[in-house]
Design a protein around this ligand. Structure first.
Ligand code: DC
Length: 231
């Protein structure tokens, strides 16, 4: 059962928006000394590029060119997102960029480019990736696959609380509406829709605290790491 990867396992974390993937992905990576890769941030950074260059969100060719030309990177903490060296961490979270990200993520040529980069970044292992297609497309042979889910109302409420905690105005109804629209887009697009892989461990976080989710996942990864040690 050894992974054969140099730096550790590949941990895939998929699920709909707001299920807590990034919080848990980050915490898991920290626990095991792994790198955390927020693949959604890559689609978001490309969306920012499309918006600032007025590229129509259905112009597949122009978006593919923009994807190939964009240098998307993360700082050493994995928290700051850089687009051609410019910090776009806050910008990629705007409502406009969030909506545009869902559109650019539908384009096959864009996905191929970003998936290739994600595979390059994760191939040697020692990485936790969060996204929608990690277990199905980016790393179908990931050693551990999680699918985090939660009721839409709960996911919207978490997002609402997050914004309010930052002192930002927010409407719970608007958040829920956006979230349902994104779920629909992400689950019904023809290229790499969000799916639950058969070999993914499904965790419904609706009634769980982040601490409980983390404890569960850490336990499961530990078990897998023990199995990965050569005899
Ligand atoms: O996880 P997120 O909300 O930051 O993702 C932003 C958008 O990108 C969202 O619409 C889903 C899409 N996405 C994707 O299609 N594939 C991924 N691996 C990650 C995100």
């Amino acid at each position: 059962m050894t992974s054969g990867r140099e730096k550790g396992l590949v941990i895939a974390i998929d699920g709909p928006s707001g299920a807590g993937k990034s919080t848990i992905g980050r915490a898991l990576a920290e626990e095991f000394g792994y790198t955390y890769l927020d693949t959604g941030a890559m689609y978001r950074a490309l969306a920012v590029r499309a918006l600032e260059q007025n590229i129509p969100l259905d112009d597949a060719e122009a978006l593919a060119r923009a994807a190939a030309a964009a240098f998307i990177s993360f700082d050493e903490t994995g928290k700051r997102v850089l687009l051609d060296g410019r910090d776009v961490t806050e910008e990629i979270r705007s409502r406009e960029a969030t909506r545009a990200a869902s559109e650019v993520a539908k384009i096959g040529a864009v996905r191929r480019e970003l998936v290739r980069r994600q595979q390059d970044l994760g191939r040697e292992g020692g990485v936790a990736l969060d996204g929608r297609d990690i277990g199905s497309v980016v790393f179908p042979n990931a050693e551990v696959k999680f699918y985090l889910d939660a009721a839409p109302e709960k996911r919207a409420q978490r997002r609402f609380d997050e914004l309010r905690a930052k002192g930002r105005e927010a409407s719970l109804e608007a958040i829920l509406e956006d979230l349902r629209a994104r779920d629909h887009q992400d689950m019904t697009r023809s290229d790499s829709p969000l799916v639950r892989c058969e070999d993914a461990i499904v965790i419904d976080t609706t009634m769980m605290s982040p601490k409980e989710v983390l404890a569960r996942l850490v336990g499961l990864v530990r078990t897998r790491i023990s199995a990965d040690r050569p005899d």
